[in-house]
Design a protein around this ligand. Structure first.
Ligand SMILES: Nc1ncnc2c1ncn2[C@@H]1O[C@H](COP(=O)(O)OP(=O)(O)O)[C@@H](O)[C@H]1O
Ligand SMILES: [Mg+2]
Length: 646
């Protein structure tokens, strides 16, 4: 593939959609997903719906702000209210000033008579200015606190939900929108405050205008409703497009990371994936840009029409004012005040309609956040019965007819499996890829709940125990381990996060996993940061990472240790050291070992052979070899590789 020519044809077809007829292959991301349907229906709420949902949204904003910072919320609210009162005073004072100035008599007398009202006007204006600053100050301090509170709540949920939640596509979609919702919380609070300020100013002007002539208020509404309506419609359009493109944006984000991250950089180059990925990006973004352009077009049209109609109506208002004045129905001072008031009211209404639109839009995003928290709650682990018993020292672990079927899979990964593990035993789970070993280990470790059957700890179901205490008794070294971007010490000491890292203990654990020498040779020894993306960070090989992960498992020093393919990337010497360490536990502590290196399971007290989720054989190495089933077959196959002469 020649990247520089840009001629390469990129294979974009999706199985079953090769587009033979249409000539345009379709990516799955362009199809609507099931979750969109319900949301779209909601996005198509009529404008009346916008108004009916406003009180709820405002209440939410107030609650969020109040919880984040009471003092600042109260300050901003009070300052806005008083500022509104000052605006009404100001307008009435203006009218008084004008009446005095337009009255008969010599000019100095008229100015003198106007002085008290002028002073009042000046004071009201000054107070408003000061209150404006106070509001700004309070809001500036409030918004970061709102953001922190909301974001923390999100992370409290994402870290508490059961592992199974992450298999659910709707959960991932919801999470993406909820992340946007944390920023929306800031906007919602700010917009609600602005909306409140708009309402207060409008009320202030209304009071003043009604005092002068109620007819003018009606005319004013006619002048501002078209612009307001247009602004509301525009907000609606934007939200609809956001919803429709949620999946696309997620895909785009994945593509961006694939093209710009270190992890994928090597394979991207060896397989010449550049044009392929750029092509995918173009397609996803092409569709996205088309949608956005369409939205921009509709938004511009709507707002332009609104502005034009509004302008015509406002002209009508001024004509009406002139007619009233000429007819002598209102005095000149009142007419002049009215022009000032009309302008003030128009400003307030513009703010108001704009803010209604924004409160609604940010409120919808915030609703996604709230909804996600609700959905996440459904994935929270059920509270332990009996208020969570302390799990006593392990005597016997029982797996009774346990089944687990993953979401959207038609076959169970573990199928009606029964076995018993006694304390002190080393038990091996053996079987081909995909036979359900990791799934069973995850259930024993309390990471996944069986969809059928149950697991017992000393005869009682796991659900009876206090989860944290139960997990404290189990150390798990996952096959799919995570490379935590912390120092080597932290990476190991994380195995027992509740106690302070104790260097000799960390080194002992590292020694058991054949990691000690390797870590000492790193540029900063145990303090080396294991993340290349930071300055002085260091990258480790797959096998080196595996040693660190195993060390974390040993550090926990739990009565039950589960190791899922801990040696798949280890060199022979490291592997030997690791299994020596595991053997030293035998008879004292319990170990569940999953491995394909069958030479390492010959010492196990019991070997369970799994096939397609079911238990096929069980016994010691000698028994299973004598029985001559799948285990004997696999063992002989592997052993033959080491004895080419046989
Ligand atoms: N999170 C998951 N969602 C759906 N299917 C899964 C998931 N994890 C594993 N599976 C499927 O379950 C089966 C058993 O997987 P696993 O327990 O990892 O097997 P093993 O560890 O024996 O190789 C496989 O078919 C695998 O594709
Ligand atoms: Mg596995």
């Amino acid at each position: 593939m020649n990247a520089s020519t840009g001629q390469t044809r990129v294979g974009l077809t999706v199985p079953g959609q090769s587009g033979a007829g249409s000539g345009e292959p379709v990516l799955p991301e362009f199809r609507a997903s099931w979750w969109e349907t319900g949301l779209r229906a909601r996005a198509e709420t009529r404008l009346l719906g916008v108004f009916t949902s406003l009180p709820g949204l405002v209440a939410k904003a107030v609650r969020v702000a109040w919880r984040a910072d009471r003092w600042r919320t109260a300050t901003a609210t009070a300052a806005t209210l008083v500022s509104g009162a000052m605006a009404a005073f100001g307008l009435l004072a203006t009218q008084r000033v004008l009446i005095q100035l337009f009255a008969g008599g010599p000019t100095p007398d008229r100015v003198r008579a106007a002085l008290p009202a002028l002073t009042l006007l000046a004071v009201a204006t000054a107070i408003r200015g000061g209150l404006g600053m106070a509001t700004g100050y309070a809001l500036n301090g409030l918004t970061p606190r709102v953001h922190q509170a909301v974001e923390r709540q999100l992370f409290e949920h994402t870290t508490a939900v059961e592992l199974a939640a992450f298999d659910d596509e709707a959960f991932a979609e919801g999470m993406e929108r909820a992340t946007r919702g944390t920023e929306a919380a800031i906007e919602l609070v700010q917009n609600t405050m602005n909306l409140f300020a708009g309402v207060v100013s409008l009320l202030a002007v209304t009071v003043a205008v009604v005092a002068i002539n109620p007819l003018l208020l009606l005319a004013l509404l006619v002048a501002t409703v078209p612009t307001g309506y247009a602004a509301l419609r525009a907000g609606h359009e934007r939200f609809k497009s956001y919803l429709a493109s949620s999946t696309r944006r997620r895909r785009q984000w994945v593509l961006q990371t694939l093209m710009a991250e270190r992890k994928s950089a090597a394979e991207l180059r060896t397989y010449g994936l550049r044009q392929f990925l750029l092509g995918l990006y173009d397609r996803v973004m092409g569709a996205q840009v088309a949608v956005e352009l369409g939205v921009a077009r509709r938004v511009t049209t709507t707002t332009s029409i609104g502005a034009a109609v509004g302008g015509v109506a406002l002209t009508g208002v001024y004509v009406l004012l002139g007619v009233l004045l000429l007819d002598g129905r209102i005095p000149l001072a009142a007419a002049a005040t009215c022009v000032v008031a009309v302008q003030a009211a128009q400003r307030a209404l513009t703010v108001l309609t704009f803010q209604i639109d924004r409160v609604y839009a940010s409120g919808q995003f915030f609703n996604e956040y709230v909804k996600f928290l609700g959905a996440a709650d459904a994935y929270l682990p059920a509270p332990a019965r009996d208020n969570g018993l302390p799990p006593g020292r392990l005597v016997e672990l029982g797996v009774h007819g346990v089944t687990l079927q993953y979401l959207d899979r038609d076959r169970p990964a573990v199928d009606d499996l029964t076995l018993t593990i006694r304390a002190g035993q080393t038990v091996a789970l053996v079987g081909e890829n995909g036979s359900g070993k990791s799934t069973l280990a995850a259930m024993i470790a309390g990471l996944r709940r069986p969809t059928g059957g149950h697991i017992t700890w000393n005869g009682r179901p796991l659900a009876d125990f206090d989860t944290a205490q139960l997990l404290g008794q189990i150390a798990v070294v996952l096959q799919d381990h995570h490379k935590w971007p912390f120092s080597a010490t932290t990476n190991i000491a994380m195995g027992d996060i509740d106690t302070d890292a104790h260097p000799p203990r960390v080194e002992t654990a590292a020694g058991l996993a054949a990691a000690h020498e390797m870590i000492r040779e790193l540029p900063h020894g145990y303090d080396t940061l294991l993340d290349r993306t930071f300055k002085d960070g260091q990258d480790l090989s797959g096998g080196q990472w595996q040693r660190i992960t195993a060390a974390r498992g040993f550090y926990r020093d739990a009565p039950l240790l589960i190791m899922d393919e801990p040696s798949s990337a280890l060199d022979p010497r490291a592997e030997d050291a690791l299994f020596q360490a595991l053997r030293s536990r035998q008879g004292d502590k319990t170990t569940i070992l999953i491995t394909h290196r069958l030479a390492n399971v010959t010492h196990a007290d019991r070997i369970y052979v799994m096939h397609e989720g079911a238990l096929e054989q069980a016994g010691t190495h000698a028994e299973l070899i004598a029985a001559g089933g799948r285990y004997a077959e696999l063992f002989t196959l592997q052993a033959a590789g080491y004895q080419p002469d046989l």
